[in-house]
Design a protein around this ligand. Structure first.
Ligand SMILES: [Zn+2]
Length: 347
């Protein structure tokens, strides 16, 4: 009889005890959504407002931009400045060597001497040689690209993502990016237009940059804002008061924990890791399935919440090292885990 009770207990105890559970947060740090601040045409003489106006406004608020270089136009002084921008955490992305598009923006007629190797590969090489920096994201001039050019860029080993480009203007590259249906090679964006043309938002309803950032929080998605300069001679330059209000909004939402503001590579890495390196809790161990090639390519730390069982104190080790964690409440710990670094033991 005693033996039989023990057997029953062994069978049913796991169902009744509070077993630990694992939840991967959709966005880093448990934010509701993610947002990217992007400035195209860096190193063009007409976008001087990126350095004069945008960067100081962002740096004062601890916000990180992503800067699309026209690499062939950068001067020695600009390469020096870019070293500082990298050290401050801003991302650089490939916006070609000369900004020569492959289609005429007006007529969409093909431009005969577009050259993938010259415009894309040599821009990568130049930035690597000047800065020791590898760009992982590509945006074509005017976001116009032939299927062949897109396939070329997607096949490059360092490419983690591409801004949505088409061979026509149909408004369909504008949009928001769903966490569970993320197209890394077709990252949708919204461009700043003073009159709202081609934008998802209407200036009559307020600052369109803020509307786009708010959409990330409201819909739990990633929104990517494409801009050129700020208060300068660039195309659809953003007035400084609108830009400042936008930066204030972003800083407040980062502080409240609602919004994650980062460059496209960090956001793509997080999201692809979440999808393609699935984690599983097995007793006192967090295990990862890293067999998918996309897991190996993109893996980076992701935010994991663990509801501890009664025996666990909330100490996490990976490869013998204790991971930093915080207690959200008495029973829930939050930590950052890179699945590629092996299983995590919980004590
Ligand atoms: Zn451009």
């Amino acid at each position: 009889m005693f033996k039989r009770l023990n057997l029953l207990a062994a069978l049913f105890l796991p169902l009744f005890a509070h077993a630990a559970t694992l939840q991967v947060q959709t966005w880093q740090g448990g934010a509701k959504g993610a947002h990217t601040i992007a400035h195209d045409d860096y190193c063009s003489p007409v976008t001087s407002g990126i350095e004069q106006n945008a960067i100081p406004i962002l740096n004062q608020r601890g916000l990180k931009a992503s800067l699309g270089l026209i690499a062939g136009s950068c001067s020695d002084a600009q390469w020096q400045t870019l070293k500082t921008r990298i050290s401050q955490g801003h991302e650089l992305f490939n916006h070609t060597l000369t900004h020569r598009g492959m289609l005429e923006p007006g007529s969409l007629a093909p431009i005969s001497d577009w050259d993938n190797v010259k415009e894309i590969v040599s821009a990568q090489q130049l930035v690597l040689s000047k800065l020791g920096y590898t760009m992982h994201f590509v945006a074509f001039p005017s976001d116009l690209a032939t299927p062949e050019a897109k396939a070329f860029v997607e096949a490059m080993p360092e490419t983690l993502g591409v801004r949505a480009a088409k061979h026509l203007y149909d408004g369909k590259a504008a949009g928001v990016n769903e966490a569970d249906d993320l197209q890394a090679m077709f990252v949708k964006w919204d461009s700043y237009w003073r009159d709202g043309k081609w934008s998802l938002y209407k200036p009559a309803r307020g600052n369109i940059l803020i509307q786009h950032a708010q959409a990330a929080i409201d819909d739990g998605v990633w929104t990517y804002a494409t801009m050129h300069g700020v208060a300068d001679a660039s195309w659809e330059s953003v007035p400084v008061d609108q830009y400042t209000a936008y930066a204030d909004f972003l800083a407040a939402k980062v502080k409240s924990g609602e919004l994650w503001v980062a460059g496209p590579s960090d956001i793509l890495r997080y999201q692809m890791t979440r999808q393609y390196c699935p984690l599983q809790l097995s007793g006192d161990t967090i295990k990862a399935d890293t067999s998918d090639a996309r897991c190996k390519r993109y893996a980076s730390p992701i935010t994991v919440d663990i509801k501890l069982d009664e025996q666990q104190q909330g100490i996490f080790t990976q490869q013998g090292k204790t991971l930093t964690s915080q207690l959200l409440d008495k029973k829930t710990a939050r930590l950052s885990v890179n699945p590629l670094l092996g299983e995590v033991k919980i004590k």
